[in-house]
Design a binder for this molecule. Structure first.
Ligand SMILES: Cc1ncc(COP(=O)(O)O)c(C=O)c1O
Length: 445
């Protein structure tokens, strides 16, 4: 059979879109065709302020010349190199640059293609590490309610968003969950890390009591739960988790797919929170969203534990055809250059307070019931819609209307999430607050 692709219909039908209500979207497609700096543009050339950094990933802003140049130069030299048992210079350079910016003790990075793969890589490394150390009974993985760790089977098993799990039946065995930390009664409208709730970490002691420490491999948490609507950790919570992990020999994995790469002024938010885990997963801002990539960072003790058998044997039976792809590696280098030369993360640190003030200036708007922020991340929670079958309608209608008026934000359940590219200034914040406020005031049930 011969195909004539040129005459195929140009239709929105065939593409099965991820995490999208197909019929709603296709009834009224929201398309963007171009992006530059802080803005997207639609087909009519209308400017849309990017309040979401795409999907928490375009941290250095759109159309970064240094990233474009790095990828283009790489493509001229090398389009692809086999990822297993062959190397190319850019991937080693990218790894060295990244490790240089990691907290002390992190020595190696494993590349994949997404946050989901970075998470599954981390879970597999944790399980394999314990086996190598002669602790093969340590197989239980501990996640947390309301967590999002991507969509692969490992990630949804430790994840805690029910709708991401229930459709798929059997998930990984040997998983337990900590309670989430959102406590609106005590912490509504907290600025930064909330005062109350460090004790939610103590639930890990209960899991240890129930399952015994010698059966537990790792705990995985997002430092700030992002996709569920931005839930900053209560003060002292992460430190307490670290202490309990240390007490029982449990590995601590921080999933920094959202919190990494600048939202807290560094590659990792560890320093900001004063807690250094054993494994860190990242993606998104790693390449500024330009080329897909995930990265799993491990501490030296973990890597060294694998380097003990005969040299001719593969130490970790894991990897992807596109692990460390030349274009992704070039994008990492371009991103690091852009961030450094343009002082983008410095801007994030300097703008954290104005960002917080701007977010909390919206607390008296109609429908708003909670505002949370930390670093350059915020979640604004709106009240339940009176229609019990569609309680998230206010948030969804608001996000759609904001897009119509020139502001792109993400909604999730009852929450609207705000995570602009880290190149924003006060004018962008003012514009964001103006459109957000007008829409909330105009919102009708
Ligand atoms: C914390 C966290 N982990 C993992 C993922 C999955 O990343 P990806 O969509 O690149 O697979 C995400 C995506 O939002 C995330 O926020």
């Amino acid at each position: 059979m011969t195909y004539n692709f040129a005459t195929a219909p140009n239709s929105t039908e065939e593409f099965w879109m991820p995490f999208t209500p197909q019929r709603l979207f296709k009834g009224a497609p929201r398309m963007v065709v171009r992006a530059k700096g802080m803005y997207y543009y639609d087909e009519q050339g209308k400017e849309i302020l990017d309040g979401a950094a795409g999907m928490w990933c375009v941290n250095a802003g759109h159309d970064q010349p240094q990233i474009k140049a790095a990828i283009t130069a790489q493509l001229e030299d090398l389009d692809y190199a086999p990822a297993f048992q062959f190397g190319h210079p850019s991937v080693f350079r990218a790894a060295s640059r990244l490790i240089a910016g990691m907290p002390d003790g992190f020595s190696h990075v494993f590349f994949s293609n997404s946050g989901s793969e970075a998470v599954d890589t981390a879970l597999k490394i944790a399980l394999a590490y314990h086996r190598i150390k002669g602790n093969g009974t340590r197989r239980l993985l501990v996640g947390r309610e309301r967590a999002y760790h991507g969509v692969n089977f490992g990630g949804i098993s430790v994840g805690g968003l029910p709708y991401n799990r229930v459709a798929f039946g059997q998930l990984l065995p040997n998983v337990a969950h900590l309670p989430h930390t959102h406590d609106m009664k005590r912490n509504a409208f907290a600025r930064g890390m909330p005062e109350h709730g460090m004790d939610y970490a103590d639930h890990l002691e209960k899991i240890v009591y129930l399952h015994e420490a010698e059966n537990i491999a790792a705990v995985i948490v997002e430092p700030v739960s992002g996709s569920t609507g931005v839930l900053p950790p209560p003060k002292g919570y992460l430190k307490r988790l670290r202490e309990i992990c240390d007490k029982y020999g449990i590995l601590m994995i921080m999933d920094e797919v959202i919190t990494g790469f600048g939202r807290f002024g560094a590659i990792s938010s560890s320093e900001y929170f004063g807690v250094v885990p054993d494994i860190i997963t990242t993606a998104k801002g790693l390449t500024n969203g330009v080329v897909p990539m995930g990265a799993t960072f491990v501490r030296k003790e973990i890597y060294d534990a694998f380097m003990t058998g005969p040299e001719q044997f593969i130490e970790l039976m894991h990897g992807y055809t596109y692990s460390g792809h030349p274009l992704a590696a070039a994008a990492v280098i371009g991103t690091m250059d852009a961030v450094q030369d343009q002082k983008i993360w410095e801007n994030a640190v300097a703008m954290a307070k104005p960002f917080e003030d701007a977010m909390h200036s919206m607390r008296d708007l109609p429908h708003v019931v909670d505002i949370r922020n930390c670093g350059i991340l915020a979640g604004i929670q709106v009240e339940d819609h009176p229609d019990k079958s569609d309680t998230g309608k206010f948030a969804r209608d608001a996000a759609y209307e904001m897009f119509r008026r020139g502001l792109m934000l993400r909604y999730t359940g009852n929450n609207i999430c705000i995570s602009p590219p880290l190149t924003f200034d006060q004018n962008h914040l003012d514009r964001l607050v103006t459109i957000f406020s007008e829409v909330m005031r105009d919102l009708k049930p």
